[in-house]
Ligand binder design. Structure first.
Ligand code: GLN
Length: 478
């Protein structure tokens, strides 16, 4: 039977004639069918994926040049537009919406020979940390189906975790790639803000959103990043910087790094003691290997979650105002009547509870009487965080931390308490506030049997160091 380890190995077996793209797609379709209870996919493009696989097999057999992602089977979080396919942001309000163009990242995947197998469940409009906020039901963690996979890109994480596709694209506004990667035991990469185009990504908080990658290995994540990154005329926030050949850069010889960690992060009372112990033991190993690892004071840690939620809800309230029941998607069933009533009814029926809560919070922090107290203040904190980050990276190559303070919790366990849920983001939102790249590496296993990750961050646009260091870290024996 077909077995996947890395894209490189897969390409070797394709070239040897030991397997075909059609065989790979068949295998994934079968596995997806076997585990419907995971609820990872909202839609599977079976026939279409098989047809594309057959066309790619033919091209290969005819000796045509192969794309970097030739035959690679990819899943897309349901916030990334794929032309002529539904895209709903896991929301009722976009329930009957079809994408009219490709996201730039999707165009780039297709140009390099990828096969898109389906769209994946997530928290509604990417708001959440557990994937319980989807209008189409929760996603289940494949290691323990009574537990959440993390969020908001839960379906994309589980699809890679359970071997239902080779890689997935998700989106990360405050941790939505790294946090579910941590809960599911896979690699989750959030690039620098502006490294990957957001064109065709349904907006949550535009100054934070970034498309990210789930993969089984650092090498696969590097290759996928190399394909999807780069300038785009349709998104002026994307950097025109040249895209390095990350997959090749990865092969550089090992070196020692200057690594910092935040004292306040490891001493945080909400951090699971077993996670703290594992990370501390790992720091010891890093030092033994010749890296310089230092604890630094980061007294700003307690401000990152509030700052993140003030700014992202403000941006969300603005971004989501376009869903009014007139221009897009769902419209309440009202005979005649007033336009304002139509807006109200469509938005009340179309948006779920969490999205409504955030729109209201965002509208509040932007309102005339409170703007300075909340929004302006949060922008100032963001600026201070920027300055502090720059000064850290003038002395260090990387910052490490746990990705999440706890392992995957049970479905329903935290849904009653949004503030407790927000704390799951304490280590991840920082990278989005300051726009730096971050990755979660599946290095650890908790005594409770669940996996968890180490987060590594580097300075803006230094994905090369991030990926090289990650490759070194994943090679350290557990
Ligand atoms: N959990 C965070 C939130 O709910 C992060 C979401 C994300 O990165 N899309 O906002």
């Amino acid at each position: 039977m077909f077995r996947f380890s890395t894209i490189k190995d897969y390409h070797t077996t394709l070239q040897n004639g030991q397997t075909t793209c059609v065989e790979a797609v068949r295998c994934y379709l079968e596995l997806i069918r076997e585990r419907p209870q995971l609820n990872a996919f909202l839609e599977v493009y079976g026939t279409e994926a098989l047809e594309r696989a057959a066309a790619l097999d033919l091209e290969r057999q005819q000796g045509k040049p192969l794309g970097k992602l030739h035959g690679v089977v990819v899943g897309l979080k349901d916030v990334i537009s794929y032309k002529s396919h539904a895209v709903s942001a896991a929301s009722r309000i976009l329930g009957n919406f079809t994408a009219v163009y490709n996201a730039t990242a999707v165009d780039k995947l297709l140009a390099e020979g990828a096969i898109i197998i389906g769209r994946q469940n997530c928290d509604e409009f990417a708001m959440g940390s557990s994937n319980e906020n989807s209008a189409f039901g929760p996603v289940r963690n494949a290691i323990d189906e009574s537990r959440v996979p993390g969020g908001s890109s839960g379906g994309s994480a589980v699809a890679v975790q359970a071997g239902l596709c080779m890689i997935s694209l998700g989106s990360d506004t405050g941790g939505s790639v790294r946090q579910p990667a941590d809960f599911c035991g896979v690699v989750g990469l959030k690039p620098t803000y502006g490294r990957v185009s957001r064109y065709g990504l349904i907006a949550y908080a535009s100054s934070f959103d970034q498309i990210g990658i789930f993969a089984g290995s650092v090498a696969d994540a590097a290759l996928a990043l190399e394909v999807i990154a780069g300038a785009d005329d349709f998104d002026s926030t994307v950097s025109p910087r040249e895209v390095p050949a990350y997959s090749r850069e990865l092969a550089a010889p090992d070196k020692t790094y200057r690594i910092a960690y935040f004292k306040e992060a490891l001493e945080h009372p909400g951090l699971d003691p077993a996670i703290r112990e594992s990370v501390e033991a790992f720091i010891k190993k890093l030092t033994d290997q010749g890296h310089t690892v230092k604890s630094i004071d980061f007294e700003l840690l307690e401000y990152v979650v509030p700052t993140y939620y003030v700014l992202t809800t403000a941006e969300a309230s603005s971004n989501l105002s376009r869903f009014d029941g007139v221009r897009y998607g769902y419209r309440a069933d009202m005979a005649g009547g007033d336009l304002t009533e139509l807006y109200k009814a469509s938005r009340s029926e179309g948006f779920g509870k969490e999205v409504q809560r955030r729109i209201m919070l965002g509208t509040f922090v932007l309102s005339a009487g409170y703007f300075d107290a909340y929004f302006t203040k949060a922008q100032q904190v963001r600026q201070i965080l920027h300055q502090r980050t720059q000064s850290i990276f003038s002395e260090y190559d990387a910052i490490i931390s746990p990705t999440v303070p706890a392992t995957a919790f049970r479905i329903g366990e935290k849904s009653h308490d949004p503030v407790e849920m927000f704390l799951a983001d304490i280590y991840t939102v920082f990278a989005n506030l300051v726009g730096i790249p971050g990755i979660s590496l599946p290095l650890f296993k908790h005594p409770n049997g669940l996996p968890f990750g180490l987060q590594v961050m580097t300075s803006q646009f230094d994905e090369i160091s991030l990926l090289r260091l990650s490759r070194q870290l994943t090679a350290i024996p557990g």
